[in-house]
Design a protein around this ligand. Structure first.
Ligand SMILES: Cc1ncc(COP(=O)(O)O)c(C=O)c1O
Length: 457
């Protein structure tokens, strides 16, 4: 069969409240044209994030009922630990309430002022937690990663030449660890190859620099390797994931992505001394080392989700669904970051709406138009999020790119929802020349995109 179907039946449904265009117009006005301020109940298809938005399976909900809530050494912890050990293979497994808690513990024990931590691209919480210790978070993706229109099978790879140069330039003693983010979130989840990870390890090992994986979307990454990298077509995604982690010394994980749960995370390491220090810190801020900020029921749901996320049929459907959206809108003339990645499609609003200057927020104008047209909530990653007005000169500094991110929650939407997205985006594209920019009426002193208010020009 050529048709790829959702490999699940639906047991529980959550109604979508339909709205009219007139209602959405009023909602937009009330929310100051900021989609973060629109009530979720007023959204038809919510693509704000793929984090913590997965639908859990019947077996995960059964696990929730089985959850052992003993304070220490609960049965659920051992199921969680054994599942993580089986896939990830690290000596120590430490549960945390989400990914950034794992990051904070790891970096506060390993990084200090003057250190430099390389990564393909740091996610913003990773960068913030590193910078909080006084260390520098350095992005060294391959050059292709910075060009939206360029197609590359492993656009998430790290630039290994830049890694060698960094070690020569600053010295290994200033690099307490290196990271690799799989898939690379920036650009919509572009994969990293086994060859790249192996080479990174070969570069780091003689200097004694440990390699940590930011593993949020490890299963999607393993599927891309199986489909694209020579020598991996006959391996299972689980075997590929195990090989990837065999080159690393530890990982941080947000279970809100590829563990198919709504909350949770963990930190792993092979270093006994570091694990001891991490557990001490965990007790201070997260909880006892066998629950780390989570309930027993959450640990059960994570263990079950980690098994389900490695199913071939699930990953085939997941990646095909994201690719379908990307390919159908590009076929209709909408420019996107190429190629479609694992968890999101990014529309290039600068290319689609060249008549709207950066200071009138073209990507926000497009996100607003998608909501107005069809109740779709996407997120602006452009000059509203990253642009600044220089306080001395009054000059506007635009973001390098003006993107609208459509992040796809796992197992939540069906093929007809994706067809609806395609239709809405193409409809908006047809009348793109009539879309107008926006201007700010209120902005907070930092992270303004969350609370900003705007109005049409
Ligand atoms: C690559 C990456 N690392 C870390 C995190 C942080 O995880 P959390 O939101 O669970 O704190 C995220 C979340 O989106 C992510 O995408």
């Amino acid at each position: 069969m050529k048709t790829i179907i959702e490999p699940f039946k639906i047991k529980v449904v959550e109604p979508i409240r339909m709205t009219t265009r007139e209602e959405r117009e009023a909602i937009l006005e009330k929310a100051g044209y900021n989609l973060f301020l629109v009530h979720a109940d007023d959204v038809l298809i919510d693509l704000l994030t793929d984090s913590g938005t997965s639908a859990m399976s019947a077996e995960q909900w059964a696990g929730v009922m089985r959850g052992d809530e003993a304070y220490a050494c609960s049965k659920s912890f051992y199921r969680f630990r054994d599942t993580v050990t089986d896939i990830f293979g690290f000596k120590h497994v430490i549960p945390t309430h989400q990914g950034r808690a794992a990051e904070r513990i790891l970096f506060s024990l390993t990084c200090k002022k003057g250190d430099v931590i390389p990564n393909n691209t740091h996610f913003d919480t990773t960068r913030a937690n590193i910078e909080f210790t006084g260390a520098e978070a350095l992005d060294i993706p391959i050059p292709e990663a910075r060009k939206p229109e360029v197609n590359h099978p492993f656009k998430g790879n790290m630039d290994t030449k830049a890694l060698r140069e960094l070690i020569d330039r600053v010295g290994a003693e200033r690099i307490p660890l290196a990271l690799i983010t799989i898939t690379n979130n920036s650009g919509g989840g572009q994969p990293v190859s086994v060859a790249n990870i192996r080479e990174i390890k070969e570069i780091l090992a003689p200097h004694g620099i440990p390699l940590y994986v930011d593993a949020c979307r490890f299963a999607e990454n393993a599927y891309f390797i199986q489909q694209r990298e020579e020598g991996y077509a006959d391996k299972s995604v689980k075997e590929i994931a195990q090989e990837v982690f065999s080159y690393a010394d530890g990982c941080t994980m947000s279970a809100k992505k590829d563990a198919l749960v709504n909350i949770g995370g963990f930190l792993c390491t092979n270093n006994d001394l570091l694990a001891e220090q991490e557990r001490d810190l965990l007790i201070l801020t997260e909880g006892f080392p066998t629950y780390g900020g989570l309930a027993g029921r959450d640990l059960e749901a994570i263990a079950q989700g980690l098994e389900e996320v490695l199913e071939q049929d699930y990953l085939e459907y997941r990646i095909a669904s994201t690719r379908y959206l990307g390919e159908h809108i590009t076929a209709g003339g909408v420019p996107i970051m190429e190629p479609p990645g694992g968890h999101a499609i990014y529309i290039d609003a600068k290319a689609m709406l060249p008549h709207i200057p950066a200071e009138q927020f073209p990507a926000q104008a497009l996100a607003v138009e998608l909501y107005r047209e069809a109740g779709i909530r996407a997120v602006e990653i452009g000059s509203l999020m990253f642009g600044k007005t220089d306080s001395e000169t009054g000059e506007f500094q635009a973001s390098a790119m003006e993107l609208v991110r459509l992040a796809i929650p796992r197992r939540v939407y069906t093929q007809s929802h994706v067809d609806y997205l395609v239709e809405a985006i193409l409809e908006v594209n047809k009348r793109r020349e009539s879309i107008k920019g926006l201007e700010l009426t209120y902005e907070a002193p930092f992270l303004r995109h969350f609370t900003a208010k705007l109005k049409p020009r």
